[in-house]
Ligand binder design. Structure first.
Ligand SMILES: [Zn+2]
Length: 389
């Protein structure tokens, strides 16, 4: 199987470190608002990846986090006059409901950031001891100049990183920093913010350290696949690499896999732009299978624009497939359906092995439907996580 590694930006052979085990970590949500189609695209893609790896015989350990303490949550909690924990719990439950409705298999471990705070403190202590972390006025920073590979994943220059940092909630002008791109490992809690005791006073963790700590705690020092949306490459994943590799002295991630953004009305679908298509709204009108088909009809590395028209067209294709499968309910399946010599199976695995070419697989499903091959159709449909009614 070949997969595109964002680190190095090339297609490579997928060879996990300890087969048949595969370790996957995917950055999860910050629970302060509803799940939109962009979220669904990322998590449905990784759902298909984990299902396909299992189909190929791998034992998958998949961890996903919930960033349940964060500037956005605290801001929103104040806005709606709710306790930040209650707010996080509420939106986490809504997210899980949406994922279940879309037939997304839960990860092996779904972990809340606030459960791993002792581990984060332990890592930060080591980073300071190693001379790559420093404390100023109750804040602790990672000194990026001490990590020569900083910028390797995003392949960006200092001026580009400065712009992105501002755009993504960072503060290059923070006077406590030695260098504008240094990032927070620990931040002093302000006013009435929630806090945890630490050697640097009352505070809370920085965003990036959460994922490094949870990976270390649940999967180990090195993992096979680290995923997330493309917008997480810088600063989030770049910073995760710096702190994790400084902490362990080992290579952190073998394959970086990033899912493209979904566009709507000509722009990236984003909370800040207000152009969101909510999963719960789509589910009122369309089935989970139709939404999954829409998402998988795009390759995960190509940005695409959502339109209602396209969704309608997809809906009729899905209905055709469901009719063919449904009509074949009473057929007894040939026992050699999983036989490797089957051409249809070869075709399916060939396409999936090319960096998960789901758009071509779906076209093939339509061909199977039109040529009335329900058994094959059903099997592939199931592997891709579609519901069989
Ligand atoms: Zn993360």
């Amino acid at each position: 199987m070949k997969i595109f590694n964002s680190l190095g930006r090339k297609m490579v052979k997928f060879e996990p470190e300890n087969p048949p085990k595969v370790t996957i970590y995917v950055c999860g949500i910050t629970p302060y608002d509803t799940t939109h189609l962009g979220h669904a695209y990322t998590y449905v893609f990784f759902d298909v990846l984990q299902r396909y790896l299992k189909f190929k015989g791998y034992q998958v350990n998949y961890v996903q986090n919930v960033t349940d303490i964060d500037d956005d949550i605290l801001r929103k909690a104040k806005e709606v006059k709710k306790d930040w924990q209650e707010l996080g719990q509420f939106w986490t439950e809504r997210f899980l409901e949406n994922m279940k409705a879309l037939n997304v298999k839960p990860p092996t471990h779904l972990v809340k950031a606030t459960q791993s705070i002792p581990k984060m403190i332990q890592i930060i202590k080591v980073l300071i001891k190693k001379g790559v972390g420093y404390e100023t006025n109750g804040n602790v920073y990672f000194e990026v100049k001490k990590f020569p590979h900083y910028g390797r994943l995003s392949k960006s220059f200092k001026h580009q990183m400065m712009l992105l940092l501002k755009e993504r909630g960072g503060d290059p002008n923070d006077p406590n920093k030695k260098y504008p791109l240094d990032f927070l490992l620990w931040q002093k809690s302000k006013g009435d913010e929630p806090f945890w005791d630490s050697p640097w006073g009352k505070g809370r963790p920085g965003w990036h350290i959460e994922c490094s700590a949870m990976i270390y705690e649940f999967l180990g020092e090195q993992i096979d696949i680290h995923g997330g949306g493309r917008d997480l490459i810088y600063p989030h994943h770049e910073s995760e690499i710096a702190q994790s590799e400084s902490f362990t002295g080992k290579k952190f991630v073998k394959y970086w896999v990033h899912v493209c953004m979904v566009l709507y009305q000509g722009e990236k679908m984003a909370k800040s732009l207000g152009n969101l298509v909510m999963v719960k709204d789509l589910l009122k009108k369309y089935s989970a299978n139709t939404i999954r088909f829409l998402l998988l009809s795009h390759h995960y590395r190509s940005p695409w624009e959502f339109t209602q028209d396209n969704l309608k067209k997809i809906d009729s294709k899905v209905k055709l497939i469901e009719t063919i499968i449904g009509g074949a309910k009473n057929i007894s399946y040939p026992s050699d359906l999983s036989n490797q010599n089957n051409l249809w199976l070869k075709k399916f695995t060939y396409l999936m092995d090319q960096d998960l070419n789901t758009p071509e697989v779906l076209k093939y499903l339509i061909t199977l439907a039109k040529t009335n091959q329900p058994d094959q159709l059903k099997k592939i449909f199931q592997i891709l996580g579609f519901k069989l009614t």
